[in-house]
Design a protein around this ligand. Sequence first.
Ligand SMILES: Nc1nc2c([nH]c(=O)n2[C@@H]2O[C@H](COP(=O)(O)OP(=O)(O)OP(=O)(O)O)[C@@H](O)[C@H]2O)c(=O)[nH]1
Ligand SMILES: [Mg+2]
Length: 310
Amino acid sequence: MIHVAAAVIDDGAGNIFLAKRPDDKHQGGLWEFPGGKVEPGESSEVALARELDEEIGIKVNQVESLIQIPYHYSDKSVFLDVFRVTGFSGEAWGREGQEVRWVPLNELDSYPFPAANKPILNAVLLPDKLLITKAYSSVSGCISGTESAINAFSLTWFMLRQKQLSEEGYAHWVRTMRAASQLNNRRLILSCSVELANSLKGEALHLTSQRLMAMSNREEFSGRFLGASCHSLEELNKAQLMQCDYVTLSPISPTKSHPSTPVLGWKAASNIIAQAALPVFLLGGMNQSDLMQAKSIGAQGIAGINAWCS
Ligand SMILES: Nc1nc2c([nH]c(=O)n2[C@@H]2O[C@H](COP(=O)(O)OP(=O)(O)OP(=O)(O)O)[C@@H](O)[C@H]2O)c(=O)[nH]1
Ligand SMILES: [Mg+2]
């Protein structure tokens, strides 16, 4: 397994730095996140700093772990240790003559990347805090409750989960919420059947673990992001088989609403994440103060329901 350190660098204005791999190299002609092989005796962080100096002429002074991906190409196996560069000095350029570009987030999907990079793209495009709506008795209450949680926690994405609604009721709420100016520019993850999500032309769909286990092919959902609720390694493996773009893992800690439900705890969560080559949101008893710890065990971030909603 070739150990590789790679960097997601943003310019603070929503653009990500990409470089084009030379034609004569492995996965040549495709775009990449700059980085390279970790040398014997080097830590990933040290290798990353060295590679970014050599390849794009910047001095890295702060990084955050983003995601780790083992991937088997037909000709070699790589372990991509991907970091988000949160502080650097100098101006990035193609020091080895490679083509480089700052690419707006919403254009990243149109660049050809090596196959191993799909989870990196997902980790870059998804947020680190995900709101899951609690049950509301009216769509107007849901809109104002969601709006206040979004503002309170600076959220960009939310999942509309309303198990009490019929399919028609859910579809009506989705249309109403999409039209609500208060929720303008927020990304909506549907929580419903695959059929309903497709008929609503959903960009993102979250499956219950039951729906996940019943799914047989990723192509059943036509939208960009497919997520699923996982509670065990078995469910995580199924989510990876279905090429899910992310999962939630729960319950991590006890919650006020379910104080005596058995929980996974941080240790088991960390062991499950180590088997995951996709972004994992920790769910269940998560507060904003848990975000750093979640990231430190390799999670994408945290998700919350009741404690985050008013
Ligand atoms: N840097 C980088 N490598 C990637 C990405 N995705 C991906 O599959 N890889 C693979 O990981 C390996 C990284 O090697 P590299 O070619 O960057 O290594 P390097 O900078 O040390 O180059 P060198 O071998 O010419 O000294 C390659 O096999 C490459 O195909 C990515 O986004 N960035
Ligand atoms: Mg390289």
